[in-house]
Design a protein around this ligand. Structure first.
Ligand code: GLV
Ligand code: MN
Ligand code: MN
Length: 416
């Protein structure tokens, strides 16, 4: 029987979000870092939910967790829905998680309500979307898009483990990682539901954001070597203070990005100093810098200017510099047909939708290289995200899931 509306189970969505929220390190609320036992435990739970939803569960070589449902019409490419279940330190209960929980809920409702799609469906929990301890982010989606290079697999975490070892521990097969790469058109459409992570929708009292484009993100790891020495006896003129150099670099990035009048943002949120003692001049400092924009030319300009300034600062302070570009993901435009599909779905559901860019990076940044890829945003309370206060209302999550599900049905029936 053909049906035109799925009925979601809000209690189940809430229960699943809460179940994952409980899987947190005791030290920090809502923290489930990629490549940890907790993350594996969370994904085992996700795999069980996928099975309950009638999906055929497997893992690809890049440890992307995938639940599949066959389609009724020959050999059409699958529709992909999903997001990620790892968190940043201090994390959040909703970032990535609602995209996975919502996608599983759609699959489960299709099964329970006897709705057949012409296209196969792939529900995906992409591996390690947040910046990992290996320095890079979006590892699973990057591999699917063929953008995970062999040198990435040799990156190490602070414990000395390689990314290849980490992927193997997560159930992937790093020796055959190339087989995780999908060809252009491997999916007929990809949709990702996500919290906005900013204040726009809440301030405008609009329930649904339809993403028009996603920022590109460049990240660089910078190491400064100076000279550790006594903080009391070393004259100021003789110091080679690595941490003072790092401070100048932080302010240089802030100044460069402020000068773009809102067209770019830049952050240095990760820094370490050694020996990190109050009465020792820092002999070494390590930081990770990132800058973002939807404008590729501006990103490239910032990359050039920032690296020049970092070299100047290191030279003037007689610090030895190592500058290592970790990643340079380019901005992505969401195709007009995917935006239209989502906007028309909102109209049919009587929900206001707003077209908006995404300041956050997502797995969609990479999946967009394979297929038309759209994103649905829902409001974030107070615009807060990447922190324990991150919150979105259940009603909003259900509405966002419904938009994704109905858009999927419309696309499947060729109504876009
Ligand atoms: C992903 O969370 C990002 O850093 O934008
Ligand atoms: Mn995030
Ligand atoms: Mn996310």
């Amino acid at each position: 029987m053909e049906q035109h509306q799925i009925t979601l189970n809000a209690e189940r969505i809430q229960a699943n979000i809460e179940a994952l929220a409980r899987l947190t390190t005791p030290e920090q609320p809502y923290t489930r870092r990629s490549f940890t036992p907790l993350y594996r435990q969370g994904r085992e739970q996700v795999a069980r939910w996928m099975q309950e939803a009638g999906l055929d569960v497997s893992m690809d070589q890049a440890a992307n967790l995938i639940g599949r449902r066959p389609g009724s019409a020959g050999d059409l490419a699958p529709l992909a829905i999903g997001s990620h279940t790892d968190t940043v330190p201090g994390g959040g209960r909703f970032d990535g998680i609602i995209g996975v929980v919502g996608a599983i809920e759609i699959a489960r409702c299709l099964k329970e309500q006897g709705i057949t799609l012409r296209h196969p469906l792939a529900v995906i929990d992409y591996l390690a979307e947040e910046p990992s301890e290996f320095g890079i982010s979006t590892i699973g989606s990057r591999a699917m898009a063929g953008a995970l290079a062999p040198e990435h697999l040799r990156l190490t975490d602070p414990a000395g483990r390689t990314l290849a070892e980490g992927i193997a521990q997560m159930g992937g097969d790093p020796d055959h990682i190339g087989e995780a790469q999908r060809q252009l058109g491997a999916f007929a459409l990809s949709l990702e539901l996500h919290i906005e992570q900013g204040p726009v929708l809440e301030e405008a009292r609009i329930p649904i954001g339809i993403v028009t484009g996603l920022v590109g993100i460049h990240r660089a790891q910078i190491t400064l070597e100076g000279e550790a020495n006594h903080a009391g006896t070393t004259p100021m003129r003789l110091r080679r203070d690595a941490l003072a150099g790092a401070a100048e670099i932080i302010l240089a990035l802030e100044r460069l990005c402020r000068a773009t009048n809102g067209q770019a943002v830049g952050t240095i949120g990760k820094i370490s100093a050694a020996p990190n003692a109050s009465n020792v001049i820092a002999g070494r400092a390590e930081l990770v810098a990132e800058w973002r924009s939807v404008d590729p030319a501006l990103l490239a300009h910032l990359a050039e200017r920032f690296e020049e300034e970092v070299h100047e600062i290191a030279t003037l302070r007689s610090l030895t510099l190592s500058y290592n570009l970790l990643s340079d993901t380019e901005p992505v435009q969401v195709p007009a047909e995917a935006q239209r599909l989502l906007m028309q779905t909102c109209e049919k559901l009587g929900l206001r939708g707003r077209l908006m860019p995404s300041g956050a990076g997502h797995d969609t940044n990479h999946i967009a290289a394979l297929t038309p890829a759209g994103m649905v945003f829902i409001p974030s309370r107070g615009g807060r995200s990447h922190c324990p206060e991150e919150w979105s209302e259940l009603d909003a999550i259900v509405q966002g899931t419904l938009v994704m599900g109905q858009a999927l049905l419309a696309f499947d029936r060729g109504e876009q």
